[in-house]
Design a protein around this ligand. Structure first.
Ligand SMILES: [Zn+2]
Length: 275
C-alpha cells in the first residue's frame, strides 16, 4: 500500500498538471470505486482544480472555487497517473478525469477486488471524513512522539500504523522506522525511555524523508525499502539475516541483532489466538 512517502511524491507530481486546465469530463467511475453520488461527478465539469493536497495516505483535489473536494484513496492496489494529451491510457479505468487540453487523471486498480475509492464531497464533508486522523507523521517533534507513546500502552508496530494516532505510516514504513530506531516491533510504547523516544522520533523523520526523496526520483520498492520484504537478506547495519514474524494480520520484518537483542519474535496473529 502506498504510504506517506509514496502518496506525497505522487501529490507533488500531480499538483501542476491537474490545475493547468478546467475539467472537461468527470468519469466514468467503476461502481465500487465511486463512494458518493451527491453531488454527482458531473458537478466537476467546467471547474478548475486548485492542485493536489495530501492528508495521511489520501489525495485531495479541491476545486479552485472552494466548493468541492475530490478525495482519492488508493488502498493497496490503486494507481493514479496523469496522462498527457494523446498518451495512451487504460481501456477501462476505475476512474477518469479528462481536462480541457486533453490531459487525463486516471485511476486503475490491479486484481479483481476494487478497494480504491473516490469521493466527491463538500469541503465540510471532506473535513468530517478526515477528522478521525491523527497528526501527520512527517513533522512530529520528539515531544509529540513522547506524548503519543505515553498516552496508551501499545506495541510499537501497531501504534505507528494506527491512523488515529499518527497519520501516514503503514506496515512497510513501520518496519523501516523501527529498524532505524533499533526498537522491537513488539516493544510497548509506555516502556520507552526518553532516549528511545528521541530515537523513534528521529527515525520517523529521517526514514520518511529518505522514502520521499527516493520516490520523487522514481525509486522502486526493492531499493527504497531496506528491511521490508527483505527476508533472509543481510541487515544493512550489522549483516544479520532479516527475520519475519506475522502479527495482527501483518508481516513484520526486523533484524534480530539490531532490534530485539538476538531474540526471535513469536507469531502473534489474531487468527492464531482465536483458534
Ligand atoms: Zn542488524
Amino acid at each position: 500500500m502506498p504510504e506517506l512517502p509514496e502518496v506525497e511524491a505522487l501529490r507533488r507530481a500531480l499538483n501542476e498538471p491537474v490545475r493547468t486546465f478546467p475539467v472537461e469530463k468527470a468519469g466514468p467511475a467503476h461502481i465500487a470505486t465511486l463512494k458518493t453520488f451527491d453531488p454527482p461527478l458531473s458537478a466537476l465539469e467546467g471547474r478548475r482544480l486548485a492542485g493536489a493536497e495530501r492528508r495521511a495516505k489520501r489525495l485531495l483535489f479541491p476545486t479552485e472555487d472552494g466548493e468541492l473536494v475530490l478525495l482519492v484513496h488508493l488502498m493497496s492496489a490503486g494507481r493514479l497517473r496523469y496522462l498527457a494529451a494523446g498518451e495512451r491510457g487504460p481501456k477501462t479505468p476505475a476512474f477518469r478525469l479528462r481536462f480541457q487540453g486533453g490531459g487525463e487523471l486516471v485511476l486503475t486498480e490491479g486484481g479483481p477486488k476494487k478497494r480504491a475509492g473516490v469521493w466527491l464531497l463538500s469541503p465540510e464533508a471532506a473535513e468530517a471524513e478526515l477528522a478521525y486522523l491523527g497528526p501527520e507523521a512527517l513533522g512530529l517533534s520528539a515531544e509529540q512522539v513522547g506524548e503519543i507513546c505515553a498516552a496508551e500502552s501499545r506495541r510499537l508496530h501497531s501504534l505507528l500504523r494506527d491512523q488515529r494516532v499518527i497519520a501516514g505510516i503503514g506496515r512497510a514504513w513501520a518496519n523501516e522506522i523501527l529498524h532505524h530506531a533499533k526498537l522491537s516491533p513488539y516493544q510497548l510504547s509506555q516502556e520507552l525511555d526518553s532516549e528511545e523516544v528521541e530515537r523513534l522520533a528521529e527515525a520517523i523523520r529521517s526514514e520518511l524523508e529518505r522514502g520521499l526523496e527516493l520516490r520523487k526520483r522514481g525509486g522502486a520498492d526493492k531499493r527504497v525499502y531496506r528491511v521490508h520484504n527483505h527476508l533472509g537478506e543481510p541487515c544493512y547495519v550489522c549483516g544479520t539475516p532479516i527475520a519475519r514474524v506475522d502479527y495482527e494480520e501483518h508481516t513484520v520484518f526486523y533484524c534480530p541483532t539490531c532490534q530485539t537483542g538476538g531474540r526471535v519474535l513469536k507469531d502473534r496473529r489474531l487468527s492464531k489466538l482465536l483458534k
